[in-house]
Design a protein around this ligand. Structure first.
Ligand SMILES: [Zn+2]
Length: 232
C-alpha cells in the first residue's frame, strides 16, 4: 500500500475535540516508518524484488515488513519521536507507535503473500487485493480522500488557498500512486514486470524516501494554514 497509509494519519488530529498531540506531518512520517526503512534497505540492495520458484517477481522485504519488524519499528518510531520532542509523554509515544504499526495491517490487505511473521520466516502473509488493481486503487485513494475530508472538517483554513492546497496535494499523491502502483508495483505483483529493466536500487530507494519526505513537507506547509477548529 502507498497513499492509503496516510488514511490513519489524521486519527490524532482532533481526538476528543482537543488539541492534537502530534503534528500531521509527523503522523505522515510515522505511518510510513516501515517504508522509510524499506527504502533505505532498497538503496543498498538489501531488500527489493525477487523471483519466486515459478519465476514470478514478488517483493523481498523480510527486514522492513515482517510482523515482528513492524512492532520493533513502531517502538523505534515512538522513541525517535521522544528524542526530537523531549517534552512529549507516553500518549504521544503510543500515537506514533500505533500509526507506525497501522502500516503493516494495511499492507496485509493489499500485498500478495510476501509479509513474513519474522525476518526469514517461511510463512508469508498477504490477502492480495492488488490482484484487483482498480479495487485496490479506489481503496487507497478513498482512504486518503476520507482522511483529508475529515481533516478539512476539523480544521479551519486561514484562507481559501489552504482548502485548494489539500486537494492539490491529494491529486499529486493520487497521480504518484497511480504511476508507481499501476505501472510498476502491480506488474511486480502479477508477474509482468521486467525484473531486469528495474532502475538502479540506489535510485529506487532514494526516490521512495524523497516521495515520503516531499509529502510530509507539503502537508507541514498546509498544516500551518489550517489550525484546529477546537483549539484557541
Ligand atoms: Zn509497506
Amino acid at each position: 500500500m502507498f497513499i492509503g497509509h496516510y488514511g490513519p494519519a489524521v486519527w490524532d488530529t482532533q481526538r476528543g475535540g482537543g488539541k492534537p498531540l502530534i503534528k500531521l506531518w509527523e503522523a505522515f512520517l510515522a505511518v510510513q516508518a516501515m517504508d522509510l526503512f524499506c527504502g533505505a534497505l532498497i538503496m543498498f540492495g538489501i531488500e527489493g524484488t525477487r523471483l519466486t520458484d515459478n519465476g514470478a517477481p514478488v517483493f523481498d522485504i523480510p527486514w522492513s515488513h515482517s510482523l515482528l519488524s513492524s512492532v520493533v519499528i513502531a517502538v523505534i518510531a515512538g522513541l525517535v519521536y521522544k528524542v526530537f520532542r523531549p517534552q512529549s509523554g507516553r500518549r504521544e509515544f503510543w500515537v506514533i507507535a500505533i500509526l507506525a504499526f497501522s502500516h503493516w495491517l494495511l499492507d496485509l490487505i493489499v500485498h500478495r503473500p510476501d509479509l513474513a511473521l519474522y525476518p526469514g520466516g517461511e510463512t508469508l502473509l498477504g490477502f492480495g487485493l492488488w490482484d484487483l488493481p482498480w479495487v485496490a486503487f479506489v481503496l487507497e485513494a478513498g482512504l486518503l480522500a476520507g482522511a483529508f475530508l475529515f481533516w478539512q472538517k476539523v480544521t479551519k483554513a486561514k484562507n481559501k488557498k489552504y482548502d485548494y492546497a489539500i486537494w492539490g496535494l491529494f491529486l499529486l499523491m493520487a497521480v504518484a500512486h497511480f504511476a508507481v502502483i499501476v505501472f510498476q508495483g502491480l506488474q511486480v505483483q502479477n508477474g509482468t514486470y521486467d525484473h531486469t529493466a528495474q532502475p538502479p536500487t540506489m535510485a529506487l530507494g532514494l526516490s521512495m524516501l524523497l516521495a515520503f519526505a516531499l509529502f510530509a513537507f507539503l502537508i507541514s506547509r498546509i498544516e500551518r494554514g489550517r489550525p484546529s477548529k477546537f483549539s484557541d
